[in-house]
Design a protein around this ligand. Structure first.
Ligand code: ZN
Length: 419
């Protein structure tokens, strides 16, 4: 029978609290937020703190050229590829204490527990944090893991600039985080990431954790609608070319598509709808808008894009509003490895944790690693409907402890394979 191990929940929560104090700010009403923008001074302080914990746990730390930190724990057989677990330390400008940090620190807690119990796994274990997962400073998310897994060339990543013109390369050099390890060298046996769900499903349905089946595909478009600006009182309805109305019709059509069931689990958002000239008594002559489409199924995502295109064409004809669009981002859906998912689910069963399969609504480092090795994720429920990218982000000690137990036993199981 496989031994079931328990992580030290109190130690995990202490580390989360300590890391959460770096970049902390008062968000009002006694709620503390976290601001550790990628490659800022706060991010660097957080990185160094976690690195010191890696070293205290006896791990050999190596930094690669894009600033990803890898902490290696030897296995009984050094010839075997390691099991890797990790996430990120950076945050959005108004973040919480758990996004990213929980994944890194629950992996650290797994290693600390193995150290306490003097357990050596057959395979080595690597725990890691990756540079600039959030993408909100330099504009490209999952940057460090994308470079490590050969999706984005190192030189392109270093050249990315923030709004002040400061580049990723400048900051890596300034903070001494452009490490000596060449990028693209790591080929793990498997990769696991524990992360807060960032949504309401697990908590509302009373689950202890989610076994993530994959990541939704994302399609971003920028729409430009050109009608004609005219007097709100003197222009009869028949004569109008109202770009604002056309934008509203597109938004309504997107909602109809989401609830029709025709496009699977489609989610659609028009996050920007900017009318010009933007005056109370002028028919909007021009609207700039964005469409964010998400779907875990590649075909359903493509079908939604085609349906949107057709609708815009027909709408342009019937309304006289000229509609053009540009694709500003597109990432295909990711399906996580079946075997790793089964390992996580069986570990959760052994721990008597209630779990369900769940699709990730956001992007994660794990999707980058999934191109290189069998990969899956463990999702952790959160309070306040799982709110995230918000200072109210909160997973309880019990929720975090369950996740750490599941990650620990998943790592141990995977690290015993093929030995
Ligand atoms: Zn995250």
């Amino acid at each position: 029978m496989t031994q079931t191990l328990r992580a030290n929940r109190d130690r995990l929560m202490q580390s989360l609290d300590e890391l959460g104090r770096i970049g902390a700010y008062d968000a009002g009403n006694g709620v503390m937020g976290v601001r550790r923008l990628a490659l800022s001074d706060e991010d660097a302080t957080g990185r160094r703190l976690v690195m010191s914990w890696f070293e205290q746990a006896g791990l050999a730390v190596s930094i690669d050229q894009i600033g990803n930190a890898y902490a290696d724990r030897p296995g009984a057989d050094p010839a075997l590829a390691p099991v890797m677990a990790g996430s990120h330390v950076d945050s959005v400008p108004t973040g919480g204490r758990f996004d990213g940090a929980l994944g890194v620190l629950s992996a650290l807690e797994a290693v600390r527990t193995l150290n306490d119990l003097s357990i050596t796994t057959p395979r080595p274990i690597t725990i890691a944090y990756f540079t600039d997962e959030e993408g909100c400073r330099f504009g490209t998310d999952m940057l460090g893991s994308a470079v490590a897994t050969d999706r984005i060339p190192l030189a392109d990543a270093r050249a990315l600039r923030d709004a002040d013109g400061i580049s990723v390369g400048d900051e890596l050099d300034r903070l001494d985080f452009a490490g000596p390890e060449p990028v693209g060298q790591r080929r793990p046996h498997a990769f696991v990431e524990c992360h807060v769900e960032q949504g309401p499903i697990l908590a509302r349905e009373g689950y202890d954790l989610g076994v993530v089946t994959g990541v939704q595909g994302i399609s971003w478009r920028r729409l430009t609608l050109v009608g004609s600006a005219a007097h709100a009182g003197a222009t009869p309805t028949d004569y109008r070319k109202d770009a604002g109305l056309a934008a509203a019709q597109i938004n309504v059509r997107l909602r109809e598509m989401c609830v029709s069931g025709e496009f699977g689990e489609l989610r659609a958002t028009m996050g920007v709808i900017r009318p010009e000239p933007g005056s109370v008594n002028v028919i909007p002559g021009r609207v700039t808008a964005t469409v964010d489409l998400r779907n875990p199924d590649a075909d359903a995502l493509a079908a939604a894009e085609r349906t949107l295109d057709n609708f815009c064409r027909e709408l342009a004809e019937s309304s006289g509003v000229h509609i053009t669009w540009q694709q500003t981002a597109r990432t295909p859906p990711v399906i996580f490895d079946e075997h790793v998912r089964v390992v996580i689910a069986s570990v959760a069963d052994r721990l008597a944790l209630r779990h369900r399969p769940i699709v990730a609504g956001a992007g994660h480092d794990a999707q980058e690693w999934s191109r290189l090795c069998p990969t899956a994720m463990i999702f952790v429920p959160g309070e306040n409907d799982g709110i995230s990218h918000n200072p109210l982000e909160l997973s309880t000690p019990e929720q975090c402890g369950h996740a750490a137990d599941a990650l620990l036993n998943t790592i141990v199981t995977l690290a015993g394979e093929g030995a």
